[in-house]
Design a binder for this molecule. Structure first.
Ligand code: RAM
Length: 876
């Protein structure tokens, strides 16, 4: 069958299945075909060990193509096998050709595989110095295969014979180090040769020893850094040479005299040691290392991709500020660092780069960075021009101020290097309104900046923590835009492990640090990440195994949350909670002062999360009755406490209504009235956002479901503060923490928590994808798609694409002359879609392939606005 090709298998959620930790990884594949209504009838997987006979599943009559069980004998440490698949369509006698071979290789799976010991350099004086570590070794025979397994307490880059190992940045990233430390496997065969070799490690504080959090403290995990590496070299005769970090290593101060995540890096190029990681380098003056402690049982293989350099952006403008400083503008608020093409200059010349997200009065606006100095310094060696980029830091910035540059700074002398976890991009959105497109682009950039190994609230100030609430609301958007599962599996494993230390209470941020003087308590909307994130990932990828892995964490959270809720589930104990954090009504210095009391939000969330766990129980074949019952009791309590018999909610706030409607807390007879009252509330709020972190992501969905679509569009298209588009009108290129992080007069919000790169409020993009464009999963993993575009007043077209686990899907619609609606849909092979047109006609079920539809629809009409309400003079 020529029009049928099956791609290379994907192994679990790995981008590169080298050094994986799973012994029986699940396999997925995507079939491409133009054949309409294509369904897979059968598949065959072949797994071939090196030199051994291939294992075959034989023809398996099944339509499964996502996360299919391994079936072959389990992988053992270091084992390498080649995997391929072929498929049959319904009625096919002949299978497709075999898909491309994929080589899967296991990492070191048993604690006993590790012979390396952790080595600690003697640290030089100074605040955040980096160090070099090295040793030489001789290989007596030619190399057929070599792997470096490496990690660190700190952040590191390894070098072999003067060449960098891999392209990972800030390895090993940030995990709950005491419980889980990631190592990575590198194929270094081509970097070694028979004879003399050298292995080097460049090591800095990173998250392990550096400043973390907003209390000005460091050394959270230890006051010494350490390196841990095991190089295994296989020779043609079957012998193996193993070189590890051990007592023979020596260390010396790096020319990076200062390298911190928050504060930046100083490189003294005069002290650079060119061939330090090459054989023959004289390290006689170096200091012996000391032995350190590392529990090898904590070592874990990665489940997702590493941080990499993902893009390089040119400087848009070099200008002079009112006070005479040299500023560069990248045109985009981003996360990464500047690469400098340094001209020749006298030795000792210091070039200093300070970073900021915004300008205020024409100068760098660094106040929002709080204690993060975000300053890189390079000291020239007088040896001619060269390119320099910091190694062990990252900044959130759009602007930089450069001082000390020899001669005149030109735009082409600098470029920005964008850093984040190297996830695969999977989703796009476009529409007829450029401001909404910019809003969406800002969401994408906000995600890129904050998916740097862990999902953080912000990437620039002295915080950058894995705040659980932020991801709880953003996970649906994130998992549409990028393949986040591999990365988030690791974070969820950390969440579960940290939770154990608090009797099921999920810490406010993961990895946890005891930053705040008060005890951890169940935090509504934040702790719910334990339930919501795995559930969202299951919905978007079909990965029930992930749900199974998180089950204990999910249920422990519900138990902790219910305990705080008290017998009547209404949180009578009081106390503090973030609640509907950063409600637009909250003053800059009191972000918890929301319109909707946190107890109301909490009872609603308890109902929703308990019900979600009950649904997860059904997927896993477990008994979820007590969660279902708890969910119904919480919903009933919400109604009893906060809803009138007719459906009016006790607090006249968008959040209270949105929770009641979206979390399905009302009796059917109350819903219609509540929906109208929500629309009424939005109108009274002047079609402005009037909610916080937890309520805002629900409002447009609640309005849509209540039949108040035009109000949802009005809210989306609002350009005055507070609104989603106000920041766009202010030139924002990312999503802000506050609606008005920058005030209309161009000054920075006076609150001491003012980030310009915070994805939480970008959660509306999920509604853009699912509802405005109309592309949503109708069954886990998009096995069935819900195509239900909802054109509304103000937009004449919208489109979305998504790489589903079954292949590319897309939806694109346009409205001409107000009423002629046209829709193009691509449904991936091996899936179906329910298509619901906006003309009220019955849903149509279609199979894979391209489909076009047209319909005559009622012209979307803007909401009628009572003149009195909107005419300021009328109130005079
Ligand atoms: C701040 C940030 C973060 C939020 C917490 C509660 O640090 O706004 O996003 O989750 O507060």
């Amino acid at each position: 069958m020529s029009d049928l090709t099956v791609g290379a298998v994907t192994v679990e959620h790995h981008r590169e299945p080298l050094g994986i930790g799973e012994t029986a990884p699940r396999l997925s594949w995507v079939t491409s075909t133009e054949l309409p209504d294509w369904r897979q009838a059968a598949y065959e997987v072949e797994v071939e060990p090196q030199g051994g006979p291939a294992w075959s599943s034989g023809r398996v009559d099944s339509d499964a193509s996502v996360l299919v069980p391994w079936g072959a004998p389990p992988l053992t440490s270091r084992e390498r096998r080649t995997v391929r698949v072929r498929v049959w369509g319904a009625g096919d006698a002949q299978p497709s050709a075999w898909g491309e071979d994929v080589v899967v290789e296991a990492g070191l799976l048993e604690p006993a595989d590790w012979t390396a010991t952790l080595v600690r350099p003697v640290l030089p004086e100074g605040d955040e110095p980096a160090v070099l570590l090295r040793r030489e070794f001789v290989l007596d025979a030619p190399v057929v295969r070599a792997r470096l397994y490496a990690t660190a307490q700190g952040v590191f880059e390894a070098e072999l014979n003067g060449a960098p190992v891999g392209d990972e940045v800030l390895a090993p990233g940030w995990t709950s180090y005491r419980h889980r430390l990631r190592y990575r496997t590198h194929d270094v065969t081509s970097l070694l040769a028979e004879g003399g070799n050298a292995l080097g490690v460049h090591l800095a504080d990173g998250w392990f020893r550096g400043y973390l959090g907003f209390t000005g403290k460091r050394d959270w995990y230890g006051d010494r850094t350490g390196a841990f590496a095991q190089l295994e070299v296989d020779h043609a005769d079957g012998s193996r040479t193993v070189v590890t970090t051990d007592g023979t290593w020596r260390s010396a101060p790096s020319w990076l005299t200062r390298a911190g995540l928050y504060n930046g890096e100083t490189a003294d190029l005069r002290a650079e040691l060119p061939d330090w990681s090459a054989p023959g380098f004289d390290d006689a003056g170096w200091t012996p290392v000391e032995a350190g402690e590392l529990d090898v049982a904590t070592l874990v293989a990665p489940t997702g991709p590493p941080i990499r350099r993902t893009q390089v952006l040119p400087v848009q403008a070099v200008t002079t500020s009112p006070s005479g400083r040299t500023l560069v503008d990248l045109g985009q608020n981003l996360v990464g660092r500047l690469r400098l093409r340094l001209p020749d200059g006298p030795a000792g010349t210091e070039v200093t780069v300070r970073h900021a997200e915004v300008l205020e009065d024409g100068e760098l606006g660094t106040r929002p960075l709080r204690a993060a100095r975000a300053t890189d310094v390079v000291v020239l060696d007088g040896d001619g021009p060269r390119t320099w980029e910091p190694r062990f830091t990252f900044h959130g910035f759009r602007y930089a101020e450069v001082t000390g540059w020899p001669g005149e700074l030109r735009a082409e002398d600098l470029e920005a290097v964008v850093l984040h976890t190297d996830m695969r991009r999977t989703g796009t959105f476009t529409c007829s309104d450029p401001d909404v497109e910019r809003l969406h682009e800002n969401v994408v950039w906000g995600m890129r900046g904050n998916f740097l190994d862990i999902p953080t609230d912000c990437p620039q100030r002295d915080e950058r923590l894995g705040w659980t609430g932020d991801l709880q609301v953003f996970a649906p958007t994130a998992s549409f835009l990028y393949d986040t599962t591999g990365m988030l599996r690791s974070w969820l494993a950390d969440l579960a492990v940290e939770q154990r230390g608090f009797d099921g209470t999920v810490p406010m941020y993961v990895p946890f640090l005891p930053l705040l003087p008060f005890p951890q308590q169940p935090e509504v909307g934040w702790g719910d990440a334990a339930v919501v994130v795995p559930w969202v990932l299951y919905q978007r990828t079909g990965d029930a195994g992930l749900l199974a892995d998180q089950w204990e964490s999910m249920t422990a959270w519900i138990d902790a949350f219910a305990a705080r809720a008290g017998e009547d589930l209404d949180f009578p104990g009081g106390g503090f909670s973030f609640g509907d954090w950063l409600d637009t009504a909250a003053p800059p210095d009191n972000p918890a002062a929301a319109r909707t009391p946190w107890q109301c939000v909490a009872t609603a969330y308890l109902a929703r999360s308990a019900r979600t766990v009950a649904q997860a129980a059904r997927v896993l074949g477990r008994d979820g009755a007590r969660f279902a019952e708890l969910g119904e009791r919480a919903a009933a309590r919400f109604r009893a406490e906060y809803v009138s018999p007719n459906g009016r909610v006790a607090f006249p706030s968008q959040t209270a209504y949105a929770l009641a409607l979206e979390f399905d807390l009302l009796e059917p007879r109350q819903r219609g009235h509540a929906g109208r009252l929500l629309a009424d509330q939005v109108l009274k709020d002047g079609f402005h956002i009037a909610s916080g972190f937890l309520g805002t992501p629900l409002v447009t969905d609640a309005l849509t479901d209540a039949g108040e679509l035009a109000t949802a569009y009005e809210l989306l298209l609002q350009r005055e503060n507070p609104s989603w588009l106000y920041p766009v009108t202010m030139g924002a290129t990312t999503i802000w923490e506050r609606w008005d992080s920058m005030l209309p007069d161009g000054s920075i919000n006076p609150g001491d928590m003012t980030s310009f790169n915070h994805y939480a409020l970008g959660a509306v993009a999920d509604w853009l994808h699912r509802t405005v464009a109309g592309l949503a999963p109708a069954a886990p993993g998009y096995r069935r798609l819900q195509v239900e575009p909802r054109p509304g007043p103000g937009l004449t077209s919208a489109a979305a694409t998504h790489e589903t686990p079954y292949g590319p899907a897309s939806v694109s619609w346009a409205l001409t002359g107000g009423t002629a609606f046209a829709l193009d849909v691509v449904v991936p092979p091996n899936t179906t879609a329910e298509v619901v047109l906006p003309d009220g006609s019955a849903p149509v079920e279609v199979g894979s392939g391209r489909h076009s539809f047209t319909a005559e629809v009622p012209e979307p009409r803007p909401v009628e606005k009572p003149a009195l309400f909107f005419d300021p003079d009328a109130h005079a």
